[in-house]
Design a protein around this ligand. Sequence first.
Ligand SMILES: [Zn+2]
Length: 313
Amino acid sequence: MVMLRGFTNRKAPLQMAVQTCPACHSGGLHDYPESRRTGRLNFRCRSCGLVGWRQRDEIAPVETVGLETISVEQREAWFQLKRDGVTTAAWAETLDRLRSLIPASVGAPLIYDIGAGDGGFLDFARSRGFDVGGNELLEAAIEIARSTFDIELDLGDLSTLDLPAEHDAVTLWCVLAHVPDPDQLLDECHALLKPGGVLFLQTPYRCTLDAMALGAFRASDGRVSRWVDRRIAQHHWLLHTRRSMTAALERAGFVDVRVKPQARYSLQAAPYLASLGLRGRKGEVVSKGVDRLLDKGLAPRIVLDVYARKAAE
Ligand SMILES: [Zn+2]
């Protein structure tokens, strides 16, 4: 895990600090105490419940990464670590659902995967009758998609690619919470879809465990911070709720928004979590049991599965 350095200038005004809720645009943000481990400042929106990182200027900008920074070998090793059966099951479930939401008259629906990684999901989609496209910021990932799956991804951020509004579906697997400007990304997704087209996205969910951990974090004045520091971090700086996700999508022009929390545990984590008895001894569970889970790299992926539609003309 990459540790973030303390913020030596954190007392200075932050130009890019979040002032209004990134999801519902309310100004009613409630601050948590500073994390004693990382110095990070988090907020909670009083209106929609979104939790996030106040210091948006610390979020990595959206830009391409060349082979001199991340090599094909490094990226391949990372993909091998990440791959597991949980992911494939989620892909299958999602593609079945997308197919059911796209008119049967569309023979081979065209899907565009944003932040497509090594192309594994698109390869799976193609095997299920979809035509596929996608983009990636990492040149190494594009090389891997080409050599492994014969899939040609677009290199670069959507704002730099001039793509037509011709897609039946657009997918984002844990991309939305990475980008500094989620509003812009949702607008770009909307622009990629044909009228009536379907968006699917998966993004971290502010679940019961998070609420418990944030309670312990506040009560300890930022000392019990490991769970919070892990869940709200550089690569996922927002934890959405049903309300926050719905507000953001409707503002971007989407209709028929459906939001469903999913707990996707790795196979080793499921029995371990069950043995913790998550209902009782809340503080103890969060500060000890879940920390042990994190140390073993078995953190549950607690996410929202979100479907929404671009209005038909
Ligand atoms: Zn909000």
